[in-house]
Design a binder for this molecule. Sequence first.
Ligand code: GDP
Length: 195
Amino acid sequence: MKIKEAEFVISAVKGEQYPEDNFPEVALVGRSNVGKSSLINKLCNRRHLARTSSTPGKTQTLNFYRINQAAYIVDLPGYGYASVSKTQRASWGSMMEHYLRKRPQLRGVIQLIDIRHPPSKDDIAMREWLNHFKIGAAVIATKADKINRGQYAKQVKQIRQDLGVPKEIPIIVFSAETGHGKEDVLDLLDYFWNG
Ligand code: GDP
């Protein structure tokens, strides 16, 4: 699949703001700073479509990107940012839960994990939450350019084990820096959107 056109549509804080054109959606979840914005920019060949940042945890909105006027990538607010208040965390939780459980257009979820480290407590908690609601999320291991290729298999195995990802669910190794894995991610999106 090729992304020919990508546009930012809305930063939504509540359900009424979600797009109503009824296109299939794929949601990205992951710890703040894991590389969600960078992934979106790389897939769409755009430098500043999604805002990347070195100060994580600022965006507590759902960001909708319309692709080829036919589908959406939805960037969900990053988790695991220590200095957010309890109230913020609760509102994060209810927003995520509402979207992930109640959105009929949602066709697939992808959890992003930093390939350099074993999944964090928050990554594991997120996975358990997804499992609880029977959402079998695919996984992208990000920032692959930061380790040697020789280490990929070992890191992926560790992620699979720690998160308990069944073998029929793919873990794609990706780098927003080099584009490694980009075609596989595009194929996965195509599969979720179009079956
Ligand atoms: P988000 O909070 O998940 O949207 O993360 P960002 O996309 O804003 O990325 C956080 C930081 O990690 C930024 O400084 C990015 O430049 C960097 N980053 C993201 N992906 C990669 C990658 O694949 N390789 C490298 N080297 N850095 C990355």
